[in-house]
Design a protein around this ligand. Structure first.
Ligand code: CMP
Length: 148
């Protein structure tokens, strides 16, 4: 059993995330019950480039580095912090992870599996539109970087 405090804290976190800005309150209430907390120490690898994965991650606290291997070198693609999400590429495209995400500091993350995300998206298509928009921005940025 989880306490009401846990529920309220998770609910408040979701309401603060721009990704869920257009989601009706009753949908957010159901989403809260699907989130899984992952507290990771600094230097932990959360997702690894090339591995299969079906979860989207929401960052509540901490800083994370996004890196990729290219031509035998490790390239820094970006940095993520509170309010950001990651993992949308593998979830939406059904492909292996496109990059490695590593905690730079201790971090508090919430994960959501593909089937639960799909249920939210059915009720709030705006979430899918936002996930896709961010995914495309990141893919374009990564492609431009690869050209340099
Ligand atoms: P996915 O491919 O599932 O796993 C690695 C994740 O890193 C990817 O989804 C994106 O969420 C994230 N990512 C990839 N490129 C960038 C970038 N340039 N900036 C921030 N995050 C990124």
């Amino acid at each position: 059993m989880e306490s009401g405090d846990d529920f309220a804290a998770r609910r408040a976190l979701l309401a603060r995330l721009p990704l869920f800005g257009g989601v009706p309150p009753e949908v957010l209430d159901r989403l809260v019950l699907r989130l899984r907390l992952q507290e990771v120490p600094a230097r932990a690898i959360i997702v690894r480039q090339g591995e299969q994965g079906g979860e989207l991650y929401l960052v509540e606290a901490g800083e994370l580095a996004v890196t990729a291997e290219a031509g035998g070198k490790t390239v820094r693609l970006g940095q993520l912090g509170p309010g950001d999400f990651f993992g949308e590429v593998a979830v939406l495209r059904n492909t292996p992870r496109s990059a490695t995400v590593t905690a730079l500091t201790a971090a508090r993350l919430w994960s959501l599996v593909r089937t639960d995300l799909a249920a939210i998206v059915r009720q709030s298509p705006v979430v899918l539109a936002q996930l896709r928009a961010t995914m495309r921005q990141r893919e374009v940025a990564n492609a431009l970087r690869a050209l340099q």
